[in-house]
Design a protein around this ligand. Structure first.
Ligand SMILES: Cc1cc2nc3c(=O)[nH]c(=O)nc-3n(C[C@H](O)[C@H](O)[C@H](O)COP(=O)(O)OP(=O)(O)OC[C@H]3O[C@@H](n4cnc5c(N)ncnc54)[C@H](O)[C@@H]3O)c2cc1C
Length: 442
């Protein structure tokens, strides 16, 4: 018998429950601005807001609608940290810089949280704490060292195993976990709408439905941005296009890989069921390559996401994979209806470190490798400081500004923004998840 047609809406749940963000189509472009920001997600809009407040004339160009990219599609887990721990960063960059990068990854969380709170944004932010579940016993054995690194950077947590896991999460699927207190959950759409409203209020010159197509750098006077609606001259240009980076700037496109991430949201659940899944209201993710991430949101829907596929795929296919995964991790939710399913692009760099800096006079901030809520916010804040009025006397560069930004390894010229090698990498990741779960590798 054919399975019944899915009943969910193929649309980010957040977009159905956020204030409408106005469109700014068909407005005349200025001839010149102090700064042109390309990309209207957290990074670009936070940067534009800070720049406008510093007195700069700033124009923001977004080719779809504001927030259309990952910033209204994500899992809502607002957390510190990078893909690599301190020891690995020290190995790559040397002891001092490695340590500084690790600390900067943690500080980004505190800066972003302070921004959310000081702006008084109405976006369901709650410092919920994060439980990082060990996918295998090998991963669990590594957790005390990881925790020690976080504690040295000012965070608080503990490693748990056996029955203690049930105090944090209602599942037997993982052998143990690391709990971090300094992390939160947020309504990504409400958060973005609040940033966009603040940017409009601060006088940012906003444009939607405008695609930046080419940048013409200049060593002496203003740079230019050529768009499908005309060109703009600017003293500075910031590219903040992350997982949606296109051919606008070939140098950048060779340094970022769009990778799909997908989410399903259930119908609202009873208080009892919510408490059985998440007794303390934490956020969760696990430690495998094909990771799952989830939390119970403010209206008690289970928001369950994952890197369901490294191949070209569809929302129906990924929703089916994630629904099965959700039931495997939380069998108590097996009867829950799926109300929404969606996906979006995360921006991965080849060294799996986010990057912010300047090349040929043009600025960029991107590459959060799936963790851009706090990082993207803090990179936007940093860029506003760096490019804002009075920035000649600005403070020290952040550690992220001191690291090189590598392109694709081996044959960089073969990479033109379409990650053809991802299905292969996916098979490798799947095999290594399988081996580590069986204790064959870490
Ligand atoms: C499904 C999913 C789940 C995620 N879960 C989490 C999570 O739980 N926690 C977390 O920390 N992070 C998460 N992330 C990552 C996080 O959402 C992103 O890192 C963050 O939103 C990046 O913001 P951004 O402003 O840099 O980019 P985006 O929000 O992606 O915005 C980039 C914008 O640039 C525009 N653009 C591109 N090219 C051009 C051009 N040529 N001209 C004009 N405009 C252009 C695009 O239209 C797009 O709107 C998730 C991402 C996805 C997709």
């Amino acid at each position: 018998m054919p399975s019944p047609a899915p009943t969910y809406e193929q649309r980010p749940f957040w977009q159905t429950t956020m204030p409408a963000v106005p469109t700014y189509d068909d407005r005349p472009l200025p001839e010149r601005a102090d700064v042109v920001v390309i990309g209207g997600g957290y990074t670009g809009t936070v940067a534009a807001l800070g720049l406008a407040r510093s007195g700069a004339r700033v124009t923001l160009l977004e080719k779809e609608t504001l927030g259309w990219g990952a910033s209204t599609r994500n899992g809502g887990i607002f957390h510190p940290g990078l893909k690599w721990g301190r020891a690995e960063l020290e190995r790559r960059y040397g002891a001092d810089l490695g340590r500084a990068i690790f600390q900067a990854g943690v500080d980004a969380y505190f800066d972003a949280e302070a921004f959310v709170r000081s702006e008084g944004f109405d976006c369901q932010y709650r410092r919920a704490g994060l439980v990082i579940l060990a996918w295998s016993k090998g991963h669990l054995r590594g957790k005390p060292a990881v925790l020690a690194e976080y504690e040295s950077a000012g965070l608080h947590g503990r490693v748990i195993e056996g029955v203690a896991v049930h105090e944090e999460v209602g599942t037997d699927y993982y052998p143990g976990a690391m709990v971090l207190e300094e992390s939160g959950v947020i309504h990504p759409g409400q958060y973005f709408a609040a940033i966009a409203a603040a940017a409009a209020g601060a006088g940012v010159d906003l444009h939607t439905g405008v695609s930046a197509q080419r940048i013409v750098p200049s060593s002496g006077s203003d740079h230019s941005v050529i768009t499908d609606r005309g060109s703009i001259r600017a003293h500075d240009i910031l590219v903040a296009t992350n997982g949606y980076t296109d051919g606008l700037w070939p140098w950048l496109r060779q340094r970022i890989m769009p990778i799909g991430s997908y989410i399903v949201a259930t119908e609202p659940m009873s208080e009892e069921l919510a408490a059985s899944i998440s007794p303390r209201g934490r956020a969760f993710f696990d430690s495998k390559n094909f990771l799952y991430y989830w939390h119970v949101n403010a209206d008690r829907r289970l928001i369950f996401g994952g890197r369901a596929s490294f191949r070209p795929t569809s929302i129906d296919r990924t929703a089916a994979i994630l629904t099965r995964a959700l039931v495997t991790v939380h069998p108590q939710a097996a009867h829950m209806r799926i109300d929404y399913a969606w996906g979006g692009n995360v921006g991965f760099t080849f060294d799996r470190v986010p990057h912010l800096g300047e090349h040929g006079g043009i600025h960029y901030a991107l590459g959060y490798c799936g963790s851009g809520l706090a990082l993207g916010t803090s990179f936007g804040l940093r860029m506003a400081k760096r490019l804002g009025r009075g920035s000649d006397v600005a403070d020290e560069p952040s550690a992220f500004e001191r690291i090189p930004y590598p392109g694709a390894p081996v044959v960089p010229a073969m990479y033109r923004g379409r990650p053809w090698f991802l299905p292969l990498a996916g098979e490798w990741f799947r095999a290594s998840d399988w081996l580590s779960r069986r204790g064959v590798s870490r």
